[in-house]
Ligand binder design. Structure first.
Ligand SMILES: [Zn+2]
Length: 430
């Protein structure tokens, strides 16, 4: 709706100021905030609610002056938001956030302003105003779906495309965008097309810190992804980021901890386990995969550990319970269990005559290695592909196949070179 509100005005420059051009204190939590949003509590506030609004560049105190523009009346969309709150899969923290917002009257939110970026208004008398970029997100989604539909003739192609499918929309976003993603986005989608599409689940990140301070490209307090991947490998980099993802609180990146994880976990456990399997296979079985024989109690227990790991990692990848840190921790824990199983059962390999249980043990470990490679494929695709290739698994067989149930490597297959994958970092540039 069109109405008059109060926004910040800079008398020295004779101009209105919006968004990050204004700084002050959040009326809800008192932290430093911009004209409309607060990174600390994630809540939206009206321009007129900001305490001690000043120009972000000069620090000068700004006035509030009347300004005619368009507003979204969020309270009218309350039923849609309450429905979304009740049906979507949300982290506990976002449930709490939504309940906090919904416990009060929902505000009118200014959707147009003066800026030299954004989509201009095609409304007589308001040609100089532009759409606030926050409100482009829903439109962008429909533009993307229209492109997916491949129908450039029908302007409602996006609608037919959605109606013909069951789509699960899962936004990933930072905590400071909670209001935009958990309140405005579902409200706008409902405004556009009722319940045709709504986020199925929301996945939240907190801030990821570098040496306990916020990343900042302007202060060069940053890490460049391509340089990191070039030195440490994209698999190790993605593994560490997945392991330390700030899912429920801020977490920290530090190069010494990253290197320690590579050395102690990826090289010290994962690579050591794989090399150990190859060593035992070559030493005791002429590098040929044996056929499993009778099962020992240890074999049953190890197989049960493997099944449980599959189930837990599956849950960690599902949008309803998404957690890359849990996926990594589960896999690390299983690799430790697998190493123990290898050590525990090694004496039987040396027994003469060798009991057939020993063949079951190594066959199970190779099954476990194949399974672990498939489970870690989304995080370490190069490593997983290299392991599966060395195990002689055809690429088309393992591309996106969940190991349910885990299966044995074909008996009689010759396996050589399992320990070739190298997590050793490249020397850093001088
Ligand atoms: Zn706040």
């Amino acid at each position: 709706m069109q109405r008059r509100g109060a926004v910040h005005y800079d008398p020295d420059q004779d101009t209105f100021r919006f968004e990050a051009q204004v700084t002050g204190q959040c009326p809800y939590c008192g932290a430093q905030a911009s004209a409309n949003d607060c990174e600390s509590c994630g809540r939206f506030h009206d321009d007129a609610e900001l305490i001690d609004g000043r120009c972000a560049d000069t620090g000068r105190v700004l006035e509030l002056r009347p300004f005619e523009r368009f507003y979204l009346c969020l309270e009218r969309l309350r039923p849609a938001l309450e429905d979304f709150r009740a049906t979507a899969f949300l982290p506990a923290e976002l449930k709490h956030f939504m309940d906090w917002i919904l416990s009060g009257t929902l505000p009118d939110i200014g959707i147009t302003h003066l800026a030299d970026y954004g989509i201009g208004l095609d409304v007589p008398g308001f040609e100089h105003q532009r759409l606030n970029m926050t409100f482009e997100h829903a439109g962008r989604l429909f533009t993307a779906i229209q492109q997916l539909s491949g129908d450039s003739e029908d302007p409602d192609g996006w609608r037919s495309w959605l109606e013909a499918r069951s789509v699960k929309l899962i936004p990933f976003f930072g905590f400071d965008n909670s209001y935009m993603r958990a309140i405005l986005f579902p409200a706008l989608l409902f405004g556009y097309c009722d319940k045709l599409i709504q986020p199925y689940a929301l996945a939240l990140n907190h801030f990821y810190l570098l040496d306990h301070q916020k990343f900042s490209t302007s202060r060069n307090h940053a890490i460049w992804g391509d340089a990191l991947a070039a030195q440490y490998g994209s698999d190790a980099t993605r593994f560490y980021l997945a392991l330390t993802r700030p899912e429920t609180q801020e977490t920290n990146f530090s190069t010494p901890q990253f290197e320690a994880t590579i050395n102690d976990v990826l090289i010290g456990q994962w690579q050591a386990w794989i090399a150990d399997i190859q060593n035992r296979l070559s030493t005791h079985f002429d590098a040929m995969v044996p056929e499993a024989g009778p099962w020992s109690l240890q074999a049953y227990r190890f197989y049960d550990d493997l099944l449980q790991t599959c189930a837990r990692v599956k849950h960690a990848y599902m949008p309803e319970t998404f957690s890359t840190t849990r996926a990594c921790h589960e896999l690390n824990h299983f690799v430790e269990l697998a190493r123990c199983f290898g050590h525990e059962t090694e004496p039987l390999n040396r027994a003469r005559p060798r009991p057939r249980e020993a063949e079951t043990h190594i066959a199970l470990e190779m099954m476990a290695l194949r399974t672990v490679a498939l489970l870690v494929m989304p995080i370490m695709p190069r490593f997983a592909t290299a392991v599966l290739d060395t195990l002689g698994e055809a690429p088309e067989a393992h591309a996106f196949t969940w190991p349910d149930p885990p299966v044995f490597i074909a008996p009689g297959r010759r396996i050589d070179g399992l320990c070739r994958h190298d997590f050793q970092p490249m020397p850093s540039e001088p």
